[in-house]
Design a protein. Structure first.
Length: 164
């Protein structure tokens, strides 16, 4: 019986160590993408830019995409961009696993980490003043699928924003 308990303890210790090593490796395999930010524009001239397109994998949603897998409607806003941005910033910062990376006039970038494996998703928000739209992109850094995590996150952000 003692031998079985020692063996069981050994297996548990190795399992826990392996879990933390794999979590660490997920972090190493998830560098920040180089296609983030507003392209064909600048933060000073908001009407000229847009966010990067989604990859073909289903682990990304964007208000710029039109297909069923990746596409979502942008959010309409009225009034001052700074007010809408402050509202969205508060929503994002209140969400579990979020870390604000960039907060520039007209643009937000936050990382969201999953609770167990610490997979990283990038959420970008771009305020298109000309169209009166909040454009967004939410994409996983690693893997192919995401269990619809990016879509659900953006639907939650949209719902909280709409409630005021």
């Amino acid at each position: 019986m003692i031998k079985i308990l020692k063996w069981l303890l050994f297996v548990v210790v190795i399992g826990v160590a392996l879990f933390f090593v794999l979590r660490w490796l997920v972090g190493l395999a998830s560098p920040m993408p180089d296609n983030l930010g507003v392209v064909n524009g600048s933060f000073d001239k908001l009407s000229a830019g847009r966010l990067a397109p989604c990859p073909e994998s289903p682990n990304c949603v964007s208000s710029y995409e039109t297909d069923e897998v990746h596409g979502m409607e942008g959010m309409i806003y009225e009034g001052e961009t700074a007010v809408a941005q402050a509202k969205l910033l508060a929503i994002i910062q209140a969400m579990p696993g979020s870390t604000l990376i960039t907060n520039e006039p007209g643009y937000l970038h936050a990382e969201f980490r999953s609770p167990i494996w610490r997979f990283v998703d990038d959420v970008e928000i771009y305020f298109d003043e000309t169209a009166g739209l909040i454009q967004f992109r939410s994409a996983s850094r690693l893997g192919y699928g995401d269990g619809d995590a990016n879509r659900k996150r953006m639907e939650e952000i949209r719902a909280v924003y709409a409630r005021g």
